[in-house]
Unconditional design. Sequence first.
Lengths: 208, 208
Amino acid sequence: MAATPTPRGSAVEKRRMILDAAVRVFARQGFNQCRVSDIADEAGVAYGLVYHYFRSKDEVLDTLFLERWNVLLDVIRELDVEERPAREKLLAITSFIVDSYRHDPDLMKVIIVEVTRAANSFGQTHLVQIREAYGLIAEIVAKAQEDGTFKTTVTPEFAAMAFYGAIEQVLTGWIFDVLPSGEVEFEQAKTFVVETICGGLDAEAAAA
Amino acid sequence: MAATPTPRGSAVEKRRMILDAAVRVFARQGFNQCRVSDIADEAGVAYGLVYHYFRSKDEVLDTLFLERWNVLLDVIRELDVEERPAREKLLAITSFIVDSYRHDPDLMKVIIVEVTRAANSFGQTHLVQIREAYGLIAEIVAKAQEDGTFKTTVTPEFAAMAFYGAIEQVLTGWIFDVLPSGEVEFEQAKTFVVETICGGLDAEAAAA
DNA sequence: CGCGCCGTTGACTGGCCAGTCAACCTGGCG
DNA sequence: CGCCAGGTTGACTGGCCAGTCAACGGCGCG
């Protein structure tokens, strides 16, 4: 089965085909539950070819994660330098992540489920990159606290975690089909996350 | 190895010893990476005994998760009925989860890493219980919106996810050793989460 | 036209590990 | 004291699967 919509026969980028197939298989069955032959089958390629392009099953997931995460890091790094209100920056990050999910839900599912929380396997392997994202977000918050845009009741590191955690949990909601998903919801989620984290839930917000 | 501090020889609760050992092993090596014999060794018990008390390796994790999650659900259910400000209720939930982590970090690590985000295995199995927690939190928010304590800019379901996501991400920070942890930090985190989600990060919060 | 390079193939293997099971205690009871 | 029940033991097996490797083919080049 597995009706691959990829243009069969194009000898050009077998490696890409394997990566794309891996995303689908990992998302469908999970990294541990799937066999390497599943990936090969899904890609319409011989088993051995996977090992021609990748040293191991792990390396396939590593590649997928790093490809995407590095783009995310670039986006945040660029934002970090710009002179814009912190709220806008956080909205831009949220938008990027939500759009990543809209564009390729399977890939984001794999990253969140298999890497970001995998404290005993891939999460450890990629801790440096993951930590960098948190750090960059914390910097945005810290700057905003310095110039008085944000309150200083909470440490920047902590705020960064709350913010990122809120985003990931919303994606998780979509992944588990606990939250409704669709074009409208995606756009809504962007403002909702930022509104919740920056504006808070309280009706009358006054400094204590 | 594995200097078990459990009172050896007490034939009374071998089952409990196995569960406690499993928590340690799952936390240390991860569910997929560990062998059933690791659990037996850690418990100081024969391999076969694990299968005397549990039908499968999966059932061990299922038991651990349900034991803890049901306590959490009870706490939230009770809170749901009480007549207290929503902010206090959310603080109580946060406190309970943070204290759970303080009391048994390994167990919470296992729950978060192996169940709560495991979209292709245990997360699916326990989706009903997980979803119930989200639903109960959403109800708290909905009630607060009705009586005017909370703004209505965000749906209750969404607010619940943001709130829960923030908590889990903080625990994840401790688990990965990305955030400093200790008595002081635990207490701080409780108010920080609630302050962030309810009060927001913005310095001057005014209704739009 | 022939040769070799390299992308490609897929059968095979070595190791690992969940789960089984027959035998072995031990303590309580007749 | 002998016998049974049920907790306890750990060697064993059956299946699975990551990774290997020898062989294949087709394309370009001499």
